[in-house]
Design a protein around this ligand. Sequence first.
Ligand SMILES: [Fe+2]
Ligand SMILES: [Fe+2]
Length: 284
Amino acid sequence: MTLAVSSVFSAACVRSAALAVLLERDPKAKAEAALALYARLMAGEAACLPSLAIDEPPGLPGRPARPQLVEPRLLQRRSMKSPEGRAVLLHALAHIEFNAINLALDAVWRFAGMPEAFYADWLKVASEEAHHFSLLVARLADYGHAYGDFPAHDGLWDMCERTRGDVLARMALVPRTLEARGLDASPPIRARLLQAGDHASAAILDVILRDEIGHVLIGNRWFRYVCDRQALDPHQAYLRLAEQYRAPKLRGPFNFDARREAGFDAAELAALAQQDSGADRREE
Ligand SMILES: [Fe+2]
Ligand SMILES: [Fe+2]
């Protein structure tokens, strides 16, 4: 039994156990432990201590020696018409899901003083990210590759570090910005996979998109909760945080249906629609 898995069964609180799983370096063990931790919580076999303040240990996040992490501009883009190109894409998606497991676990251990439902929500997200990771790694194996075979970038964990001190910024920048970008990115990738005849990979993207709508919804719920608690206007708070934490510029086309389902309100969707049509005009 790995350290992470044994911690799932022995830690006094799911938040400390989440930290142990975050420290786990082996991707397969981490994914299994994330699934087991949420299952224990749902079965009523694990306690949650919201007020527990936990010190940050060195070595976050636990990750394997490979993939090699490089700057995004150094990553190669390949046509999805070739099997190698599709393997590169599946690897990039698997890396995103591996990071997403870490991001969800980090929200659980790091931010004390939230309602118990906050921790249950983020453990659910961690378990679903673990499922996504496993699906992609299994599909990658069909192409003769494993996680770690290609280089990857570290942008997702970077945003996690930047927002380590503020749960409101974390909710604004990670689920409401980065995961929401995934909602926009999914349909064109899925279409290109189908075009290349890879129905099995496209079906995995369907599962991921359905779950990711739920993750962004969870992000929206807790973002608004903290805004309420601090008597902040959510629209103004988001704009301020996006600037302060250098959020990536959003670019269309946007997946408005998925974003609506994920809890963005009419004003937020209208602002995106305006930005989208502005971009169209500039391209003419
Ligand atoms: Fe995911
Ligand atoms: Fe997610």
